[in-house]
Design a protein around this ligand. Structure first.
Ligand SMILES: Nc1nc2c(ncn2[C@@H]2O[C@H](COP(=O)(O)OP(=O)(O)OP(=O)(O)O)[C@@H](O)[C@H]2O)c(=O)[nH]1
Ligand SMILES: [Mg+2]
Length: 197
């Protein structure tokens, strides 16, 4: 995929603040600190388009980015971080569910998980929401550079089993080595319906 432009548009909490629903949209979701923002940056070849950091819970608003003037990427705030204030945690569910259930242009959600962890209730609930609202998904297992190659396949299979999907449905990814970038782009393009560039 050739990236001609990648631009931050705005942050939003509620639908009145979302940008107009015009372009096909892909959202990125996952546990806090799992590497959502890093993955977006790798996909669009930008170092700092989506803010990343060592402090989990950095992204607390829904952030919209327009790519190639052709589609929108949405960075959804991470869930499951203990040190986020309770007031913020309480708003997360309604904020994200409202987004998922009302955004007409949403073509799919990329669920990002850490290769070193087994999906927990939060990931399973998110998968249930996606099924409930008939939203397509792409499952990505990231930070694979943190695990020895010999352990990657068994761990991928374990994650797939927990999610109730085929192991072949999971894409292995690393923001550090960029492994999986091409495979993920192909899956995204299939969802947004753009030609291979
Ligand atoms: N080794 C390695 N580190 C990664 C990878 N992806 C992200 N990181 C690191 O993990 C930390 C969190 O990454 P972010 O991209 O900010 O994670 P996030 O999911 O956007 O976090 P929140 O916005 O807080 O929910 C940063 O220190 C990244 O450098 C990866 O593939 N490999
Ligand atoms: Mg982030």
């Amino acid at each position: 995929m050739i990236i001609k432009s990648a631009e931050f548009i705005k942050s939003a909490v509620k639908p009145a603040h979302y940008p107009p629903a015009v372009l096909p949209e892909i959202a990125f979701a996952g546990r806090s600190n799992v590497g959502k923002s890093s993955l977006i940056n790798v996909l669009v070849n930008r170092r700092r388009l989506a803010k990343t950091g060592a402090t989990p819970g950095r992204t607390q608003l829904i952030n919209f980015f327009i790519i190639n003037d052709a589609f929108t990427f949405v960075d959804i705030p991470g869930f499951g971080y203990a040190r986020v204030p309770v007031s913020v945690k309480k708003k997360w569910g309604p904020m994200v569910e409202t987004y998922l259930s009302t955004r007409d242009t949403l073509k799919g959600v990329i669920l990002i998980m850490d290769i070193r962890r087994t999906p927990k209730s939060e990931e399973l609930s998110l998968v249930e929401w996606l099924n409930h609202y008939h939203i397509s998904s792409i499952m990505v297992v990231t930070k694979i550079d943190k695990l020895a190659r010999s352990k990657q396949l068994p761990q991928k299979q374990k994650i797939a089993r927990t999610l109730g999907v085929n192991s072949t449905d999971l894409i292995l990814f690393s923001a550090r080595t960029r492994q999986g970038k091409g495979e993920l782009w192909r899956a995204i393009q299939a969802l947004v319906g753009t030609e291979e560039a």
